[in-house]
Each structure stands twice: as structure tokens, then as C-alpha cells.
Design a protein around this ligand. Structure first.
Ligand SMILES: [Zn+2]
Length: 243
């Protein structure tokens, strides 16, 4: 069976409208409309997606064109105080963006349901799944996703179905970071290695700040070119059919 390449744009929010447009331009020559958009209903509590707004209409058009729409947290930002290992993990990995790391099961369920109904009302269609900000899931969030029958979720190393409990794919996601020069350099090096990955399912996840760095954009393009050589671009929902 041929492999699959799954491409996604994180942090789709009116806050990053022009960056998201640019990312679509970078991805489309390689994957067409097989793009997963990770939608944040109200980024940092100050960039709400307003029903009836031009941005909401664009989301709907993308969805109708075949882009997959995932819920990607609600606020994205982690407003909890963590203690111990979780706190260290959250600070090191996310710069405080691990919204779903420290929530209780009931809180996580409430935010997932609130975000889901907001996005589904805008789209007039179901979401494809839920992907936590910075791929960070506390154990309560994993249970809440099962409670909510979410079809698809993913972490750094796997894609699974909370609704059925099945693993859908294993393997890395290629992603980039640009907050500091050293993170930028190490993510370019990691991408150069990972694009040669032999895994059947290869994921590529891009973020709005990526477009500010020409070297990074070039690295994304090379990863897309390498990733589609022996794989076909697909949506995540293809995994529900093939696995
Ligand atoms: Zn994000």
C-alpha cells in the first residue's frame, strides 16, 4: 500500500490570517486541498472567530473545498499553574501553550464541546477531530476526548481514534520552531533528517510564525517534496478507512 502524507496548518485564527494564507500557498503545490486546518476558536482569549465574519466565511469555504477542520484547543494558552514534572514539561515545550495539559476531565470536556459546537456551526459540517495545542494532552484530556467521541486525535508520535480506542498511525511529525535562533537551527536539522523517514504515514505540521523565516519555508518545501515522493497526500480521515 502506498504511504500517506498528512499536512496540517496549526493555529488557524483571525490573529494569523495573512500567515495562514501564506502557508496555504506553500502547501498547495504539493498537497492540493489535502490540508488539515487546526482551528483555535478564541486564540489567547482575544481573537474570537465571530459567526458571520469574513474569517468565518473563509473557514467554511476551505471546508467546502475539502480541507479538513480540526479543533485545536479553545484558547490555546495554558492558564493553569502546573506543579512538578508537568509544569516543567509545559514550560520547556510550549512556552505556556499547553492549554489541555492541566485541565480536569470535566473542564476538558466542556471546552471540547464548546469549541466543537462553535466550529461546527460555522462550517455546517462536523470537525474531523481534535488536536491539542503543542500536542500536549493531560490524562484527563485523553479521557474527555473519549467521552466526546472524537474521531481522530494526534500526538508527536501517533494518531489515534479516541472514539474507538484504535491506533491509526505511528511515526513522527515534522515540525519547526522559530522562537529562538537555536530552536530554529535544531528544527531545521531535525527536519532534514526526518524527511528521509521511511514511515508509511508521514505528518508535516506548520505554524504561522514559520513564514517569517525564508530558510524555514525552504525546509518546509523540501520536506513536502520528499514526503510526497513515495506517498500520496491525504486527509487524516483516510486513516479511518485504511487501518
Ligand atoms: Zn498550536
Amino acid at each position: 500500500m502506498t504511504g500517506l502524507l498528512l499536512a496540517s496548518i496549526h493555529d488557524v485564527s483571525p490573529r494569523f490570517e495573512s500567515e495562514v494564507d501564506r502557508l496555504v500557498e506553500v502547501l498547495q503545490p504539493h498537497v492540493g486541498d489535502r490540508i488539515a486546518m487546526l482551528v483555535v476558536p478564541n486564540h489567547w482569549g482575544s481573537a474570537p472567530i465571530v459567526p458571520g465574519s469574513p474569517f468565518a466565511a473563509r473557514l467554511r469555504r476551505w471546508s467546502e473545498a475539502g480541507f479538513e477542520m480540526f479543533l485545536h484547543g479553545f484558547y490555546h494558552r495554558d492558564d493553569h499553574r502546573h506543579t512538578g514534572a508537568d509544569g516543567i514539561r509545559a514550560r520547556l515545550m510550549t512556552n505556556g501553550e499547553g492549554e489541555f495539559l492541566g485541565l480536569s476531565r470535566a473542564q476538558a470536556r466542556e471546552r471540547i464541546e464548546r469549541g466543537r459546537s462553535l466550529v461546527e456551526d460555522l462550517l455546517g459540517a462536523p470537525i474531523a477531530g481534535f488536536i491539542a495545542p503543542a500536542w500536549l494532552y493531560g490524562p484527563n484530556t485523553v479521557e474527555a476526548l473519549e467521552d466526546c467521541d472524537i474521531p481522530i486525535a494526534e500526538s508527536h508520535w501517533r494518531v489515534w481514534s479516541p472514539a474507538t480506542g484504535r491506533d491509526l498511525a505511528k511515526g513522527p511529525v515534522i515540525t519547526w520552531a522559530s522562537r529562538t535562533p537555536s530552536r530554529l537551527a535544531s528544527s531545521l536539522a531535525a527536519a532534514a533528517l526526518l524527511r528521509h523517514s521511511r514511515s508509511r504515514v508521514l505528518r508535516i505540521g506548520v505554524h504561522p510564525p514559520d513564514v517569517r523565516h525564508p530558510r524555514l519555508v525552504k525546509s518546509i518545501q523540501r520536506a513536502l517534496a520528499a514526503g510526497t515522493k513515495a506517498r500520496r497526500a491525504a486527509g487524516y480521515s483516510a486513516l479511518l478507512k485504511t487501518s
